[in-house]
Design a protein around this ligand. Structure first.
Ligand SMILES: [Zn+2]
Length: 141
């Protein structure tokens, strides 16, 4: 873990005044939660005000099972930002959670050449700084 957020070498999520900040507040508690419409039950991510299915503005932060599968990925061999140069090659992945929502994340224990569609994964929490925890994934056990 970086000692301070300022020491962390890569970009971090905004942590104030947004629904996304609330998402990361739960990550800091090592809880993966997504918005779920309290009228029709549809899960959604990234955080937003309105349910795309029924138009409701009523929702809750519902706890995810933490389990999902690899939906897609790309392998970066030439970093677009210098902060990522020491990581190449690396593969940002799109995870499809059991709840149906998808998020972009990392898989910590599968090298790019071993990624495959539908690989079962589960969430792990990486406390990258004292203030910021990122949800990442590993092969499901
Ligand atoms: Zn709804």
């Amino acid at each position: 873990m970086a000692e301070t957020t300022r020491d962390y070498p890569r970009p971090l999520p905004r942590r104030r005044n947004s629904m996304a900040a609330e998402f990361y507040d739960y990550c800091k508690k090592h809880e993966l939660r997504f918005q779920r419409c309290t009228d029709c039950g549809t899960w959604r991510h990234v955080p937003r005000d309105m349910c795309a299915k029924c138009g409701s503005f009523n929702w809750e932060w519902a706890k995810s099972s933490g389990k999902g599968k690899v939906f897609s990925w790309t392998t970066v061999r030439q970093p677009m930002l210098p902060q990522f140069a020491d990581l190449v090659p690396y593969s940002p992945v799109v995870i499809e959670m059991e709840e149906g929502v998808r998020l972009v994340s990392w898989i910590i224990d599968v090298p790019p050449e071993e990624l495959r569609l539908d690989l079962p994964v589960e969430v792990v929490f990486d406390d990258v700084t004292p203030e910021v925890t990122l949800p990442k994934f590993r092969k499901a056990t």
